[in-house]
Design a binder for this molecule. Structure first.
Ligand SMILES: C[S@@+](CC[C@H](N)C(=O)[O-])C[C@H]1O[C@@H](n2cnc3c(N)ncnc32)[C@H](O)[C@@H]1O
Length: 420
């Protein structure tokens, strides 16, 4: 059976036929803005043909043949995160509240973590995990690029982690899946699809959803999502949880944009035939009873490179991290990044980290002209009469990275891998 035959076997004909037709059309792309760095109006001044995302605030659909957003300085400076519009809609189903402690169970490359962290606006903390070491590094780089200060990036199989007393207000389980919802992005994935693959993922998903649910606080909510059209990876996994645990399924509504699962009416499908995006299944589950309030570690005041900072300072080998707000997490986590990486010790002095430049507000930065920005991005030095020391440079009021002023010259500290 190929994917088209499979779709015909599980969806009614009025859904299946347009869905199969939509699979031969190009994929849709969207940008989620970082409101700390760019406003909706300014984004539209720069990219006037972009269109508002139908559901997600501060997000725009764009055509990559017109705007190659991934190659712009705005992308490298963390002004937006690029993602499929349907996948981007998932994190929008949570109402974020101050003091939330959130787990992103299978987080790389980080779409849900980034949206949640920006909505929390440093009023809550996220543990963002991926089992795959290389993907967890990509996730960590995206947290750096977006300048997030309230994310702990971990690389664990969470089945084996002792969480001690830590439970979560909200959990994302964006499960590894057969990926049939993303087939427009890859012919290889299309050709590689099989029911056997679906069933292999379903076995994994059953274990993951139970573990994720058990990590919720009473009253806590779990968003289970996949980019698959398969009943076996979607409704069957939710039904498995409902049989094994006292979970409550909450209705998800988005008016005309989604297909409600006939088997579980509270759960939804984003389908490329009815929504400008790829395929996505979403269900929201809650643990019964009242929630309790989280206690954060009181932040301390610090100063790095003359920038005042608040948070819990963590020193790991020669690296300094600052997490704000901070929670206690057990030693059994393999932590890649605990909040903002602020500095690295080199001998008897400290070098500022690129992450800190993206985390800081632009108001205290040295604003570059367009010409200077191009030179900076290229790795050149710039002349500037200013007291010796480290400074952040910005362009269009968005921080780019560090320079070191030495006797009238700004020495370039833009990471070598980002230069062009
Ligand atoms: C669909 S992707 C996640 C996409 C991500 N949520 C986002 O919005 O950008 C699924 C991820 O699950 C990870 N994964 C697979 N098995 C896992 C497990 N047992 N625990 C945690 N992560 C896992 C994969 O490495 C992959 O990065």
């Amino acid at each position: 059976m190929n994917i088209e035959e499979y779709i015909e076997s599980i969806f009614p004909v009025n859904i299946a036929t347009p869905l199969i037709e939509s699979l031969s059309k190009p994929a849709i792309h969207a940008a989620l803005l970082n409101p700390k760095k760019i406003s909706d109006d300014h984004f539209l001044e720069l990219f006037p043909l972009a269109q508002k995302h139908p559901l997600v605030p501060h997000a725009f659909i764009y055509n990559p043949a017109i705007y190659d957003l991934g190659k712009t300085i705005y992308h490298d400076a963390g002004a937006f995160y690029l993602q499929d519009p349907s996948a981007m809609s998932v994190a929008n189903f949570f109402q974020y509240e101050a003091n939330d402690v959130i787990l992103d169970f299978a987080a790389a490359p980080g779409g849900k973590t980034i949206q949640a962290a920006m909505r929390l606006n440093d009023k809550g903390t996220i543990i963002s995990n991926d089992i795959d070491g290389l993907r967890a590094l990509t996730l960590s780089k995206n947290v750096e690029r977006m300048g997030l200060g309230n994310v702990i990036v971990t690389n664990n199989d969470l089945q084996n982690v002792d969480f001690k007393n830590l439970l979560f207000d909200k959990i994302f389980l964006d499960a590894p899946c057969s990926g049939s919802g993303m087939l427009r992005k890859s012919q290889a994935m299309h050709d590689d699809w099989s029911l056997a693959k679906v069933l292999r993922f379903a076995d994994i998903q059953k274990k993951l959803i139970i573990r994720a649910f058990d990590l919720l606080k009473p009253g806590g909510k779990l968003l289970y999502s996949t980019c698959s059209f398969s009943y076996e990876e979607n409704e069957a996994i939710v039904e498995h949880l409902l049989k094994q645990r006292a979970a409550i399924i909450l209705p998800l509504t988005t008016e005309e944009y989604v297909h409600h699962s006939p088997k579980i009416k509270e759960a939804i499908y984003f389908l490329p035939s009815i929504f400008p995006g790829e395929g996505q299944f979403v269900a929201c589950l809650q643990k019964p009873n009242e929630s309790s309030v989280n206690h954060f570690i009181s932040p301390e005041c610090h100063s790095f490179f003359n920038y005042p900072l608040k948070g819990q300072l963590l020193k790991r080998n020669d690296e300094f991290y600052l997490l704000n707000p901070a929670i206690e997490i057990s030693k059994s986590f393999n932590i890649l990044r605990s909040g903002v990486k602020v500095a690295v010790a080199r001998g008897d002095h400290l070098l500022p980290d690129h992450h800190l430049a993206h985390y800081l507000d632009w108001e205290n930065s040295i604003e570059l002209t367009a010409d200077e920005m191009k030179k900076y991005r290229h790795g050149d030095t710039l002349p500037r009469q200013i007291a010796n020391g480290f400074y952040v440079v910005s362009y269009d009021h968005i921080n780019l990275g560090w320079v070191k002023a030495v006797d009238g010259i700004l020495k370039n500290h833009y990471p070598k891998g980002l230069r062009h």
